[in-house]
Design a protein. Sequence first.
Length: 338
Amino acid sequence: MLILGIESSCDETGVALYDTDRGLLGHAVHTQVAMHEAYGGVVPELASRDHIRRLIPLLDRVLAEAGAKREGIDAIAYTAGPGLAGALLVGASFAESLAFALDIPALPVHHLEGHLLSPLLARDRPDYPFVALLVSGGHTQLMRVERVGSYELLGESVDDAAGEAFDKTAKLLGLGYPGGPALAALAAQGTPGRFKLPRPMLHSGDFDFSFSGLKTAVLTAAKARELTDADKADLAAEFQEAVTEVLATKALGAVKHCGLKALVVAGGVGANRRLRERLDAGAAKAGLRVYYPEVALCTDNGAMIAFCGAQRLLAGAAPPEGGAFTIRPRWPLADLLV
């Protein structure tokens, strides 16, 4: 079964082809970072218009890479939410229209479920069940994953997610967009410990997170003195240490709590080198395994949507009838929990 995946939830346009027998045959992503950089963040209207421009060329590129034709596609999976309403409409309209023209089913997919399952695309992949740390943009959640479609929420951020905290702290330090990678790069030049930042909810006794106060602590430290470049690097390093310590401690604690041996890390923050170092070291000490998606698949992409759609179809999911579709910009992952 050949599945076409379409991702357009925010500022990346992703297209991919996944074959249930042969695996990922091809994928392509266009990022809008350069376009939004001038505005310091994503401009929804510009994002939507750019998705329109990119989808057909990306589809043609992926078909050529895979040596496939449109007529050979068996089903289309597309991101229906959560995300920017206009951006989601572009991808959903494209997917549903193409599915209608080819007389094949179209399946709406939850963006976060795509991230959740993306490590299963890697060569080194976990077996079910496992615990997943989902650190994607505005979401930080810990889930127990029993199988496709069977998820238990263990904990989540009660305010700012880790990715949001990275971006907002980067802005406080005068860094460019996107803030997360810029802050991580600056942190690599600094020394943690000079500034003392809290580790929010580290000992809360549950698996919830809170990073809003950490961002405020950075602001307080920045206002206390005129920061030199070296100060900014040290403050960035301490901030990164605080976030990654909390994430790693709670994630590994959740695996132990569930009596499992595998942790999956998914989402853009999962590409952070310091977080991976902490998780790998802690897992080795505890006799656990940590699994990551390929670095290219940490950020938004069509491959995870195609794979998620394929797994849903194999599990017996029925696409909506009649070609009708709705997008869900605020689609809670809890709606998928069983």
